[in-house]
Design a protein around this ligand. Sequence first.
Ligand SMILES: C[S@@+](CC[C@H](N)C(=O)[O-])C[C@H]1O[C@@H](n2cnc3c(N)ncnc32)[C@H](O)[C@@H]1O
Length: 232
Amino acid sequence: MSLDLQKARVAWNFLYNDILGPDTEQGIVECYSQHAARYDLHIKDIGYNVPATAAKLLMKYGNLGPESEVLDVGAGTGIVGKELRELGYKGEIDGLDGSSGMLKIAESRKLYRNLVQQFLTSDCALDVGDVMYDAIVSIGVFSPIHVSASVAKSFFNHVKSGGVVIISYRVNETTTSDSEYIAELKGAIKSICDEGKASVIAEHLTDFYGVNFFAGDPSKPCAGMCLCLRKT
Ligand SMILES: C[S@@+](CC[C@H](N)C(=O)[O-])C[C@H]1O[C@@H](n2cnc3c(N)ncnc32)[C@H](O)[C@@H]1O
């Protein structure tokens, strides 16, 4: 898909200046709320591809049917839910996010059964009661100053044995904090696997954004990873 680089630049500035400006997780979640109404448009202009990729992987590895229950952590405006429905997923989808503004838009899509507002911290349990999900997906969430890498561990308390967890992260490391965060995340995943809680079933390299204004040539995609794990 060829993108309009001028529009993409505006969208990139929106993302990296307006939303990702604050230096605290709480501040960033508040910015998501404040700018939620513009999120879908800008994210489209930037060629944000990873929710569509994750939905395809979920359909491929999730063994999902009409009775399935999927949890979308950091659901935002509900783009992952939209992608899943477009692929014909007929089961339930619950969503969880810290931003009331983003959730309001997700609610308006009428694709989710329950939407829970919860600000995730490193040691918290997901506020989803005792539902054991067939799959948990979390896209665009494992990023510096969003959620702590250790939040991934809590997902395995809320997914059935044999169920799938899919998370994404940006692969392009532009700052030391990006590299540190990715190393932390890989460490958290390794310890989940070493403890025998899950195994990696696919490491799917994909385009995270269709552009990359961190690089010399912004017209080249910004790479991302969709990591698929199966609970033991
Ligand atoms: C880039 S958006 C991704 C939204 C959606 N998954 C998508 O792909 O469009 C990141 C989302 O994570 C949420 N988020 C970030 N940090 C969070 C935290 N600590 N607790 C809960 N939600 C958080 C934001 O509110 C935002 O909706």
